[in-house]
Design a protein around this ligand. Structure first.
Ligand SMILES: Cc1cc2nc3c(=O)[nH]c(=O)nc-3n(C[C@H](O)[C@H](O)[C@H](O)COP(=O)(O)OP(=O)(O)OC[C@H]3O[C@@H](n4cnc5c(N)ncnc54)[C@H](O)[C@@H]3O)c2cc1C
Length: 362
């Protein structure tokens, strides 16, 4: 998200200094967009940045900052002109996270993890050289970040390998010095695997593969409701993959599909909800067992259903996240309606009013 934003709105010097380390994984960027009073209504943000010489001084609070506790850099949007209409007084910065003016406080979610944080900025500083795009024109850069966030989520659902099986970017977690092999699963005997694979009939893989395996283990493959859910998961997963491939092909020809980032994200939200319900339907009462402490997950994996059941319960608890982050389902639908289908805007458009004259809490 940071690299394409900097790459689109940068100077050459910024491209080398701020994008290259994000691409190599040397920098981990977090996204300092949402605030307690500005989520869906992001352009209503109140975090202030004021220029003094070559340094911007930043004061305000951000919230729901995923990975803020591991970040070297933050994609910060802050208000730089409160007298301009709300979209025209915002500037985008790449700010160093490890500095005295920034305090990061983790927030624990119902999954048991603390993926996101509150971030307090108290006279935090960012050099003008780290401003991406023109002063007060940060809304353009913000839309670039959001576009890449949504299309990325639509393509892969924001998922990733389990902790310990995936190298994480940045200097804070300490993965930079490790070798790729350190993240590979423990080696098993190749000959034993091959003999087993030769004996088993080859099945084509499906986006619903883990649910198929789980249903087999729980003796529910013949349950018509479960079968229906599996087929739906297969169809929606396949449509999602084909949409991503179609979009890539169109982009490679220099074209675009209007609204694709938004409706791909909406589709992915449907997929995670469907997978949540399907997993719980297969697991039955076993689905109520979840260990909130990572250290004990190994014990849970010894229960019926093994690691697949552990993954299904974690997925069910985490399924509420994707339909919210990167812009909620309702906001995606508003954007598709207004920008893609050309429907009239919501009544009461305040976009021309200076930010400091907007009704507050209205
Ligand atoms: C797991 C997770 C990770 C996140 N990570 C980050 C991060 O790294 N960085 C970051 O900046 N933010 C992050 N967020 C924040 C996320 O972007 C916001 O939660 C989201 O934009 C919604 O804002 P809100 O929570 O303030 O809800 P609100 O904006 O208060 O919305 C509340 C409800 O009202 C509905 N609503 C609001 N406005 C409208 C409207 N105009 N029309 C119809 N319905 C409307 C919404 O759809 C929602 O149902 C994360 C959120 C989650 C859940």
């Amino acid at each position: 998200m940071a690299a394409p934003t900097v790459a689109t709105h940068r100077t050459q010097e910024q491209l080398d200094r701020l994008t290259a380390p994000a691409v190599t994984g040397k920098f981990h960027y977090c996204q300092l967009f949402s605030e307690p009073g500005a989520g869906s209504h992001l352009a209503g943000l109140t975090c202030r940045a004021e220029l003094d010489g070559d340094l911007w001084h930043v004061n305000g609070q951000k919230v729901w900052t995923s990975g803020g506790q591991y970040a070297d850099m933050g994609m910060l949007i802050a208000r730089t002109n409160p007298e301009a209409p709300k979209h025209q007084g915002i500037t985008w910065f790449a700010i160093e996270m490890i500095q005295p003016g920034i305090e990061v406080r983790p927030l624990k979610e119902m999954t048991g993890h603390a993926m996101f944080n509150e971030v307090f900025l108290t006279d935090a500083v960012v050099p003008d050289a780290n401003r991406i795009g023109d002063v007060n024109n940060g809304w353009a850069a913000t839309n670039t970040t959001l576009l890449h966030e949504r299309s990325g989520m639509g393509a892969r659902g924001g998922g990733g390998a389990p902790v310990g099986r995936m190298a994480r970017a940045g200097s804070v977690v300490g993965d930079l010095d490790k070798r790729a092999g350190d993240f590979a699963p423990p080696r098993r005997s190749v000959t034993a695997d091959k003999a087993k694979a030769d004996k088993e009939p080859r099945r084509p893989s499906s986006p619903a593969q883990s649910h198929i395996e789980l249903a087999r283990q729980f003796g529910k493959l013949d349950d018509p409701v479960v079968r229906q859910g599996i087929v739906q998961a297969h169809i929606l997963g396949t449509i999602s993959r084909l949409t991503t491939e179609r979009h890539k092909a169109v982009r490679s020809q220099g074209g675009d599909i209007p609204g694709v980032a938004n409706f791909s994200k909406l589709l992915m939200a449907d997929i995670v909800r469907l997978n949540r319900d399907l997993g719980m339907q297969i697991l039955g009462a076993r689905g109520m067992l979840h260990d909130y402490d990572d250290a004990n997950r190994g014990e849970m994996a010894k229960l019926p259903g093994g690691p697949l059941a552990v993954a299904a319960t974690s997925q069910a608890l985490g399924a509420q996240a994707l339909p919210i982050y990167g812009g909620t389902d309702q906001i995606q639908k508003n954007i598709v309606g207004e920008r893609t289908l050309g429907l009239p805007k919501e009544p009461g458009d305040l976009s021309k009013l200076p930010f400091n004259e907007l009704p507050k809490n209205g």
